[in-house]
Design a protein around this ligand. Structure first.
Ligand code: MCA
Ligand code: AMP
Length: 459
């Protein structure tokens, strides 16, 4: 990694390039951002890690940048994380402070003031040091902390800038959550590394996207489906340079509706928390429904042979990969092949011209709903924490708006569907709540007593 991760933050705080960034209606100059992040950096320097209550606000951006300036690993916490999820993330990460939140679980809360100004100029932390610890779901158990080094972020953002002709002349618009790769790494750090203006709309609504007047737009397929369903908002995006979709498969009808309404063929790209974005269609290249393009600069991909016929698990290597799951060497080792390639768990095909298509997932226990990755096991465990629930099986069912919706099958007495939905939303976070709960007398099981999810009745 040559130079600073975020070169635009390296100058003095009296440089007042105005409105370089606006989040949910509040804007900030580049100098203001440097000064406010400097104040955070001074407060947290030397901490082993800090958590950030990552709501869609200017304070979240300032807190994350403060951590990056100070070289302290940042742990974004979903703002609506319920007690179980919050406790797990704070304890597992070893965060010493919670920026922008109240003291909780023995972790001291520290307010963030976007109006503070401190000149922070220290040497750039080492490229292999951890910038972010992002919690992400597996098929079973609680989420794991993916350790993302600074150099991986820099390599990914540079590769994306090249793929999308992304420059300081762009205005990036999105309204995605600031606790995952898409909204935080691409959507905030990307803009700051490239030097483009950023408008974060607070929520990713079609109306807000239409009003923002950007050149480059990011969204998950649910957001693009809603834009495509609002013709007048969609037409407002006709003047944009690039509409980018990722985090889940973009349905072909949404691709076509967007093209019809905006005159733009959306660019689809593919990634994971553990690998960052690795494959993408190009600004100047072919864009086809169902295709996520070709590997980014520095990334090599291959299809594991077992499935045959050129379709199998997508495996990859390159400079954008995480350095492991925090405190879980076995899980880290299991996510790589013996010869050192990362196992994505996604099933893909590579066309003769090198175009990649993602055709499914190896495990049905990883659900993608609204672009969020949710482990069936985590939701099942939350349901089993309810005293009325004896058995639970969770699946992702096809859903027009969300891609998949979480459906819970339970054996339970004296409790309603609403009670259980609210229980999970309060225990974990709102996007992990089942949208439907089906009550059964017993779960279908095989002779070994293992639940058979494929025998569950469709909703
Ligand atoms: C409803 N709500 C509830 C409940 N019922 N809250 C608590 N308990 C309940 N029982 C509230 C919510 O809090 C929220 O309130 C409102 O209902 C609607 O929330 P929700 O249902 O979550 O919204 P949605 O319409 O389903 O959300 C769609 C969405 C969202 C906006 C597209 O799914 C989203 O932001 N997705 C982005 C996910 C993402 O960024 N993934 C990237 C992962 P209120 O409105 O007040 O808040 S990174 C990744 O995948 C890789 C690297 C990649 O490739 O990018
Ligand atoms: P997460 O770790 O939350 O970032 O989720 C990563 C997963 O999102 C991948 O393993 C894929 O299953 C899925 N994903 C991301 N982008 C795409 C895409 N363009 N098409 C299909 N699936 C995608």
């Amino acid at each position: 990694m040559a130079g600073a991760l975020l070169p635009s933050l390296a100058g003095p705080y009296d440089d007042d390039r105005p409105d370089v960034l606006s989040v949910a209606g509040r804007s900030c100059s580049l100098g203001g951002l440097r000064g406010a992040a400097g104040a955070v950096a001074r407060r947290i320097a030397g901490a082993p890690a800090v958590a950030v209550r990552a709501d869609a606000s200017l304070e979240t951006v300032v807190a994350v940048l403060g951590g990056l300036l100070a070289g302290v690993p940042v742990v974004p916490l979903p703002p609506d994380a319920g007690p179980a999820e919050r406790k797990h993330i704070l304890r597992d990460s070893g965060a010493a402070l919670l920026l922008g939140g109240d003291s909780v679980e023995g972790v001291e809360g520290v307010p963030v003031d976007a109006g503070e100004r401190v000149d922070w100029s220290r040497p750039e932390p080492a490229p292999d040091s951890t910038a972010l610890i992002l919690y992400t779901s597996g098929t079973t158990g609680a989420p794991k902390g993916a350790l993302l080094p600074r150099a991986a972020l820099a390599a990914d953002l540079d590769a994306l800038a090249e793929a999308w002709d992304w420059t300081a002349d762009d205005t990036l618009v999105h309204g995605l959550p600031l606790f995952h790769v898409h909204g935080l790494v691409l959507g905030v750090l990307g803009a700051l590394r490239v030097g483009s203006r950023l408008v974060h709309t607070g929520r990713p609504t079609p109306e807000a996207y239409a009003a923002a007047g950007g050149s480059l737009y990011f969204g998950v397929p649910t957001v693009w489906g809603r834009v495509a369903g609002n013709a007048s908002a969609a037409r407002e995006l006709s003047g944009a340079r690039l509409l980018v979709s990722g985090s889940a498969p973009l349905p072909a009808p949404v691709f076509r509706d967007l093209e019809r309404l905006t005159g733009q063929r959306p660019v689809e790209r593919y990634g994971m928390t553990e690998t960052l974005i690795t494959v993408s269609a190009r600004a100047g290249g072919d864009r086809r429904p169902g295709c996520v393009g070709t590997p980014l600069h520095g990334i090599a991909t291959r299809i594991a042979a077992e499935e045959g016929a050129g379709i199998g698990e997508l495996q990859l290597t390159g400079p954008t990969l995480f350095s492991g799951y925090l405190g879980r060497p076995e899980a880290t080792a299991a996510s790589f092949t013996d010869d050192g390639w990362f196992r994505t768990g996604d099933i893909a095909a590579i066309d003769p011209d090198g175009t990649h298509r993602i055709v499914g997932r190896a495990s049905t226990d990883l659900i993608k709903s609204g672009g969020y990755r949710i482990g069936a096991g985590e939701v099942e465990n939350a349901l089993l924490d309810h005293p009325a629930v004896q058995e639970a099986a969770v699946v992702g069912a096809p859903h027009d708006d969300l891609g998949q919706q979480i459906v819970a099958y339970v054996v339970a007495d004296g409790v309603t569907e609403r009670d259980l939905i609210d229980f999970v939303a309060g225990h974990l976070s709102a996007h992990k709540r089942p949208r439907r709960v089906v009550f059964l007398d017993a779960l279908p099981r095989n002779a070994m007593g293992k639940p058979q999810k494929r025998l569950l009745p469709p909703v």
